[in-house]
Write a protein that binds this ligand. Structure first.
Ligand SMILES: NC(=O)c1ccc[n+]([C@@H]2O[C@H](COP(=O)([O-])OP(=O)(O)OC[C@H]3O[C@@H](n4cnc5c(N)ncnc54)[C@H](O)[C@@H]3O)[C@@H](O)[C@H]2O)c1
Length: 354
């Protein structure tokens, strides 16, 4: 339970501290927190002073730190972690040390062991730890959840969730305009590749929409790019749910990765005994087809940071997680994505050594 205090013209706000002033903080988290009626961006932290100062200026943040202890002691009520995945554990260690509740970007951790350690630390410190699965809060995702629950397409037997794209392409340019490897894509490939970095959202949606735990899974992948990443850059995984339903997730960071005019496919297909639900981001289609006819729903993007922050503010205020994805949700998605990726790597090694 957390009390709101006066920080902005008499309105009641909770003070948020954000760790990691990169891309997703700039386009997703900080704008959403700034718009929230209940949250205030009070302090930010980043080891990179340049990024820190840019972000402080852009969002008019009162306090900015490169020192983690000063950041934690600045008076913040809760911590948002938007650093790259290899730093999430250390960020949670620091937040737990200062007894701060946490909302952590996906993938929650690099592997199952790290995620378990984070949960242990948060439990020991008596603070909440949530995973930033912002896809859940998209109006599309919320509508799908409601349609599935009310049986509009009967019993859902199969989910096909596809996101194949190039993660902004193999190449970028440096400040002199010379062609260089796209560092963001390189980093994400080194952190585990498409299933670990992006596919955790889809794994989470499947568990959440169906309200049914994954009991078994099997994945594999292919290496499209010649860059010899350890992880496959194009992966697929099949999930078996306790309900008997199955989910197929396909994720790629190399779909047209060197194409001059690349294309991305982002689709959800839910196939039930009484109908189908279909979402296609490129075609801007979101519809349901069943025996009553075809219902077209308003189109929306797959992300909703503002909705996630409404739920986060409520969870902080009441102490009840409500709609917030938990650390266990983050652990499950990380575990499935990481082990499926490791199995694909193992298969490739086995194939090569034969
Ligand atoms: N939910 C989504 O839709 C979504 C979208 C993109 C990225 N992400 C996730 O968000 C995280 C960040 O991604 P990004 O693309 O913004 O990365 P980024 O590389 O653009 O930015 C990361 C920032 O973290 C800083 N940093 C480095 N070490 C740190 C540390 N120890 N503590 C705090 N900050 C540190 C870096 O200096 C940088 O400013 C990743 O986990 C990524 O998977 C989520």
């Amino acid at each position: 339970m957390m009390e709101l205090i006066d920080t902005r013209g008499g309105s009641k706000m909770l003070k948020i501290g954000l760790m990691g002033c990169g891309k997703v903080a700039g386009y997703g988290h900080l704008p959403a927190i700034a718009k929230s009626a209940k949250l205030d961006v009070f302090a930010i932290y980043d080891p990179d002073e340049g990024r820190l100062c840019d972000m402080q200026r852009k969002f008019d943040v009162p306090f900015a730190y490169t020192d983690v202890d000063r950041f934690m002691q600045s008076g913040i009520d809760a911590v948002v972690i938007t650093s790259p995945a290899p730093f999430h554990l250390q960020n949670v260690v620091d937040a737990a040390r200062y007894g701060k509740p946490v909302l952590c970007e996906k993938p929650l951790a690099m592997d199952e062991a790290e995620a378990k350690e984070m949960i242990r630390l948060a439990d020991e410190a008596g603070v909440a730890l949530y995973t930033a699965f912002d896809y859940r809060f998209s109006p599309v995702s919320l509508q799908i959840k409601q349609l599935v629950q009310s049986g509009e397409i009967g019993e859902v037997r199969l989910l096909r969730l596809v996101y194949i794209w190039n993660l902004h392409g193999k190449y970028g340019t440096d400040e002199l305009g010379r062609q260089i490897l796209n560092q963001r894509r390189e980093g994400r490939m080194e952190e585990g590749g498409p299933l670990v970095d992006c596919g955790v959202h889809q794994i989470d949606l499947a568990r959440w929409w169906l309200g049914s735990e994954v009991t078994r899974y099997e994945g594999d992948g292919v290496w499209i790019d010649d860059s010899l990443y350890e992880a496959p850059d194009h992966m697929y995984v099949r999930l078996d749910h306790a309900s008997g339903a199955k989910t197929m997730v396909e994720m790629s960071f190399s779909y047209g990765h060197t194409a001059k005019e690349p294309l991305a496919h982002f689709t959800y297909d839910l196939i039930g005994t009484e109908g189908i639900i279909r979402y296609d981001r490129r075609e801007q289609v979101f519809e349901m087809r069943n025996s009553k006819g075809t219902t077209r729903f308003p189109f929306a993007g797959e992300k909703n940071f503002a909705g996630m922050y409404d739920a986060f503010a409520d969870a902080l205020q009441t102490g009840d997680p409500g709609m917030m994805p938990t650390a266990r949700d983050g652990l499950m998605a990380t575990w499935i994505a990481r082990t499926a990726t490791d199995e694909a790597i193992g298969k490739k090694r086995g194939e090569t050594s034969e």
